[in-house]
Design a protein around this ligand. Structure first.
Ligand code: AMP
Ligand code: MG
Length: 355
């Protein structure tokens, strides 16, 4: 079937103090049931009115997202949480008090108002309050909660600029609010509060240690840890799909940093000898690999939040460079490093070399 293209409006906004007129216009577009991409403090989101099942279904069409992968609902006030969730526990309120607005998504039992398109038919709904001024202003202008996954074609690296959004979705969505680079670069931590012990379904900017301060005990879902889906029915359906895929296959090399560097030099040398172009994802406090491949330096390994901020743009740049293969250096899986490694493990789709 021929795809119907629409003219996508590219609306520039001031990221710290967005212009009221632009935000009002975007709010009108959402209320009319169309899609607006917008910056958040994690990545760019693709928003629809969360209370309108038909509007939400357009997100799945535009992204080519599998319909059993539920969406996070973004709110601008706590009253919207009470409206969306069946009940909100004291612990949930404490977490909201400590981490909202910010990159923590809470999975709570869903109230009747939440359309099946949002929850993919699950009994739970995932909710977060973003801290980006443009995101908050847009949700307020829409006057209703906004369902929003990352604003990329399904399976591709998440967008951290409006250009990334347009690269994937130009002609498929009504508008993008361009507020420059999105913030931290990795998506929110998804925490399931309906599990017997609170369970991290996806690691993100809020770390297990941050959560332990309030929860005491928190577990990390096995899929979230390994990036590999094996079971029949993961608690977080999104975990079973491939994500962050680069055009060229990405190999993630993990282990002792010295041994990892040696392995990368060895593998890259072999590939170059057979005239293949090798991309190397590395960090500014790591070895200089420029003699054995085409290097992208993404932040510092000892400050994983700096890697998070540059990771998706780096993956997209390897696509533009048209390398044949990518070798990525692993990080220590601690703090935000846990989230970065979760994304790299997914991008590797099982191509992991432990040295
Ligand atoms: P994305 O919107 O692409 O950033 O992904 C949202 C993530 O949240 C996916 O991994 C979903 O599986 C997960 N998620 C959203 N809603 C729910 C829910 N109701 N229960 C469990 N996981 C959810
Ligand atoms: Mg996504």
């Amino acid at each position: 079937m021929e795809e119907k293209r629409i003219a996508t409006r590219h609306i520039k906004v001031n990221p710290t103090c967005p212009e009221a007129e632009a935000i009002e216009e975007a709010g009108r577009i959402l209320r009319a049931g169309a899609l607006v991409a917008f910056p958040t403090e994690t990545v760019y989101g693709l928003g629809a009115n969360a209370l309108d099942g038909r509007a939400v279904s357009r997100i799945f069409e535009a992204k080519g997202r599998p319909s059993d992968n539920p969406l996070i609902v973004h709110v601008a006030g706590l009253e919207q949480v009470d409206f969306l969730a069946k009940k909100v526990s004291g612990v949930a309120r404490e977490l909201m008090g400590a981490f909202w607005p910010g990159p923590l998504t809470l999975v709570l039992s869903a109230g009747k108002v939440v359309p099946d398109e949002v929850t993919a038919g699950l009994l739970n709904v995932a909710i977060r309050m973003p801290s980006h001024p443009v995101a908050l202003a847009l949700i307020r202008a829409a006057g209703r909660p906004v369902a929003a996954p990352s604003a990329n074609l399904s399976g591709r690296p998440s967008p951290t600029t409006a250009e990334h959004v347009l690269h994937d979705l130009d002609g498929r969505i009504a508008a993008v609010l361009d507020g420059g680079s999105a913030g931290s670069g990795v998506e929110s931590t998804v925490l399931d509060l309906t599990a017997p012990v609170p369970l991290i379904l996806r690691p993100g900017g809020v770390t297990p240690d941050d959560l332990k301060g309030i929860l005491g005990e928190v577990r990390l879902d096995q899929v979230a840890q390994t990036g590999v889906y094996i079971g029949a029915s993961p608690r977080s359906p999104g975990e079973k799909y491939s994500h962050y895929a680069t055009r060229a296959p990405l190999w993630l090399v993990i282990g002792n940093p010295e041994a990892v560097a040696e392995k990368i030099v060895e593998l890259a040398g072999e590939q170059q000898a057979s005239s293949r172009r090798v991309g190397i994802l590395t960090y500014s406090d790591s070895r200089d690999f420029s003699s054995v491949g085409e290097v992208i330096v993404a932040g510092r390994r000892d400050r994983p939040e700096t890697v998070a901020a540059e990771l998706y743009a780096a993956l997209r740049r390897f696509d533009e460079m048209r390398v044949d293969l990518i070798l990525a250096e692993g990080l220590v899986e601690q703090g935000v490093g846990l989230a970065v490694m979760n994304r790299l493990r997914k991008a590797a789709e099982g191509r992991i070399l432990q040295v």
